[in-house]
Design a protein around this ligand. Structure first.
Ligand SMILES: [Zn+2]
Ligand SMILES: [Zn+2]
Length: 459
């Protein structure tokens, strides 16, 4: 065995490179026969004193067939085999990156990492041709299968879940998969490390459960209600009897879109069109945050009976809850597809901001068919409502004209009503020196415009 100090060729580590990847490059550059030849006993001691990652520890132990000290500094996520080791021991790679740089990146080994940040392709752990799991070896760094009888160039494989799934959603899926598995008395091998195929399988199972209304009801909601789950993966506070309580507890742990998705699917699968929506109770504060509604919006929607305050308490507002099922029921049933190119309210927000039209006015207008829209469930209300830009702006403009006391800055007024430069100067003069920055009500602008015989660009 050689000491690193006696190696002919020395290399520097590259950005984001893993210890293993670096060692492979180093051994290869020095013409060594295998990785084992790279390390002397004294170097192994050095390694064991350093802070090794879990993956490096397993790798060193496997490749050197020798116990190596490892102190775990990473926090264990959950008591789930998938989480026990949140790094994979066998390589996981982006083929494109390997072809371009020949560097194995450390963060690929993270279990939450499903795709390459640069190429947006799925990371792989297996050869498509011989189906062998990838190993640490020289061919890996040039993007080839490490099975010496195969050595085929690696190709991408498809994943049946969306590539843009967030870490939060991955956690949700895994928790649900664990819940389903534990009830079926599935007993995963203890202390075995997690391979990507097991991980993907669990992920897919959880994903399907969360996105299929029937499975969602039978595998998640009912067991929770009937207490069939003794060792629930969910936090203790979730083990409640009433569905409404479970929902209100769960929604703080789960993305709201999961619930809405479940309701939506139930609505779609119900041929008779009777939408049986479970009571969707949510804290007023949360609906404001997730749907970008203001306090006034909520009150207006309550008055229009589009959502319902359950226990409005001015002195204890954080405890105030809302039943939002009527809102989503109406949005789903009023939704109409149009042929024009549609954009979400979220995307259009910067463009209609100067029209000062509150969110509740838009929702009510949509439900009264004054704005055509298409409802396509996404993370929140603003991104779920798709509208035609011109129709939206037309509505906002007419809304503004009937709400004379709405305050606008002079810049916004000029933009909305297409005021020309000369009129702009006149209005500014009449209002005083700081007019540009002080919000003024539409009625005052209109009066001034009339006094200088300016015909505003009304609809
Ligand atoms: Zn890549
Ligand atoms: Zn192969």
């Amino acid at each position: 065995m050689k000491e690193y100090t006696s190696l002919t060729v020395r290399l520097n580590t590259k950005d984001k490179e893993s210890l293993i990847g670096f060692s492979i490059r180093l051994a290869q550059a020095n013409g060594l026969f295998s990785l084992k030849d790279l390390f002397s006993p004294s170097q192994i001691n050095c390694f064991s004193k350093g802070s090794l990652s879990e993956i490096d520890y397993y790798w060193l132990r496997n490749i050197l067939k020798k116990e190596v000290t490892y102190t775990n500094t990473q926090q264990k996520l959950f008591n789930h085999p998938l989480y026990k080791f949140n790094r994979l021991t066998n390589p996981k790679v982006c083929i494109q990156c390997l072809k371009e740089r020949h560097i194995h990146q450390d963060h690929w080994q993270n279990i939450h990492k499903l795709k390459c940040d640069i190429h947006h392709t799925q990371l792989i752990t297996q050869c498509h041709s011989c189906k062998a799991p990838l190993e640490w070896g020289f061919p890996l760094l040039i993007g080839r299968c490490t099975n010496t009888r195969c050595l085929q160039p690696l190709v991408e494989m498809t994943l049946s879940i969306p590539p843009n799934i967030s870490p939060q959603e991955i956690d949700d899926c895994l928790l649900v998969a664990q819940n389903i598995n534990s009830r079926n008395e599935f007993n995963p091998k203890k202390s075995s490390h997690c391979e990507l195929k097991d991980f993907n399988q669990a992920l897919l199972m959880g994903y399907k459960a969360l996105n299929d209304k029937k499975v969602f009801q039978s595998e998640i909601i009912e067991p929770l209600i009937t207490h069939r789950v003794n060792q629930s993966a969910y936090p203790a506070k979730v083990k409640l009897l009433k569905l409404s309580q479970i929902i209100s507890q769960l929604q703080s742990d789960w993305p709201i879109s999961r619930w809405l998705s479940a309701i939506y699917q139930k609505r779609v699968s119900n041929q008779k069109g009777n939408c049986e929506c479970p009571p969707l109770v949510i804290q007023a504060r949360l609906i404001r945050e997730t749907c970008d509604l203001t306090h006034t919006d909520l009150k207006a929607l309550h008055q229009a009976k589009i959502l319902k305050y359950n226990n409005y308490n001015k002195n204890n507002y954080p405890q105030t809850t809302l039943d939002i099922s009527p809102l989503f029921q109406s949005l789903v049933s009023s939704s109409q597809s149009t042929s024009s190119s549609l954009k979400s309210l979220e995307e259009l927000k910067p463009e209609f901001e100067c029209y000062r039209t509150p969110m509740h006015a838009l929702i009510i207008a949509m439900l009264k068919a004054k704005i055509r829209f298409y409802y396509h469930l996404k993370m929140d209300l603003m991104s779920s409502l798709l509208v035609d830009k011109h129709e939206l702006i037309k509505f906002c403009k007419s809304w503004l004209q009937t709400h004379d006391e709405t305050k606008l800055s002079l810049d916004d007024f000029v933009k909305v009503f297409d005021v020309d430069d000369e009129a702009f100067r006149d209005i500014k003069m009449s209002l005083g020196i700081n007019a540009k920055y002080h919000p003024t009500s539409v009625s005052i602008y209109k009066r001034l415009a009339e006094s200088i015989n300016l015909s505003l660009n009304y609809i």
